[in-house]
Design a protein around this ligand. Structure first.
Ligand code: NDP
Length: 249
């Protein structure tokens, strides 16, 4: 199946698409007929494996090595993705890092690094994408349920950074709405990835905090992102959608 807006194959950029939620999202979009560019920073083998799977679905796929902490590289990646795929319809701001620990242990360098990747890169990618989305579009960012509910001590910096995405999403939705570009924020609870393994040292408390008593899967987040990125979600914008197994229940 080819996914189209006005009869043309849609294209997406997924940041941090080599592993975890980003990889699942890239693959889900490709299965729905979208051509996908993804970024990664370290794991080249994983990125190329995702690209191979995208191509196995008959879609175009490319991997770009881009450090989201680099303010020059982020908009360049958006432009490169649009050029390689011919247009840009969907931006998924997924790349993110967590530096956890009691506030007294977190350094100014930690703060700079987390804000650069989790906040500045998202702003710059949105800015670049907004300039390139000529036929309407979809912007979906990945926040965290921890910005809504304290997950316990140690998450101050991470939660603070992700909270900024709500402040970006709503006014940007207003700004880009007249051009048919929707902007939404997905707030996942615990999801089993390398970042937050379901068998990790902090897993049992996170699992118990959900109503479903389990971690989510990457596919369970990817399906929501793909929905928000699709044509059927055309009237959903400026909102936060929670996929957290009932953490908020
Ligand atoms: P993973 O650590 O499993 O994967 C992170 C991905 O982001 C990888 O593809 C990695 O690339 C890429 N990445 C990391 N840093 C950078 C960077 N500086 N520049 C470019 N790419 C980068 O994370 P998750 O899949 O768990 O998380 C994805 C998003 O979801 C993050 O924003 C995270 O905060 C958020 N989230 C995760 C939750 C969870 O429980 N897992 C819960 C709520 C939100 P590479 O392979 O090269 O290292």
């Amino acid at each position: 199946m080819t996914s189209t807006i006005t009869g043309t194959t849609r294209t997406a950029l997924v940041t941090g698409g080599s592993r975890g939620i980003g990889a699942a999202t890239a693959l889900r979009l490709a299965r729905e007929g979208v051509d996908v560019a993804l970024t990664y920073v370290q794991d080249e083998a994983a990125a190329h494996e995702v690209v191979a799977r995208i191509r196995s679905y008959g879609r175009r796929g490319i991997a770009l090595r881009v450090d989201s902490a680099d303010p020059e590289a982020v908009p360049a990646a958006v432009a490169d993705a649009a050029q390689a795929l011919g247009r840009l319809d969907i931006l998924v701001n997924n790349a993110g890092i967590g530096v956890l620990g009691p506030i007294g242990t977190l350094t100014p360098a930690d703060v700079d690094r987390v804000l650069a990747v989790n906040v500045r890169a998202v702003f710059l990618a949105c800015r670049a994408a907004a300039g390139l989305m000529e036929h309407g579009g979809r912007i979906v960012s990945i926040g965290t349920a921890l910005s809504r509910h304290a997950g316990g001590p140690g998450s101050t910096l991470y939660a603070m950074s992700k909270s900024a995405l709500a402040g970006l999403t709503k006014p940007l939705a207003r700004e880009l709405g007249p051009r048919g570009i929707t902007v939404n924020l997905v707030q996942p609870g615990p999801v089993d990835t390398d970042l937050n393994p379901a068998d990790g040292p902090f897993a049992s408390g996170q699992r118990a905090a959900t109503a479903l008593d389990r971690f989510g899967t990457t596919d369970e987040v990817a399906s929501l992102v793909a929905y928000l990125a699709g044509e059927e979600a055309a009237y959903i914008t400026g909102t936060e959608v929670v996929v957290d197994g009932g953490h908020a229940a």
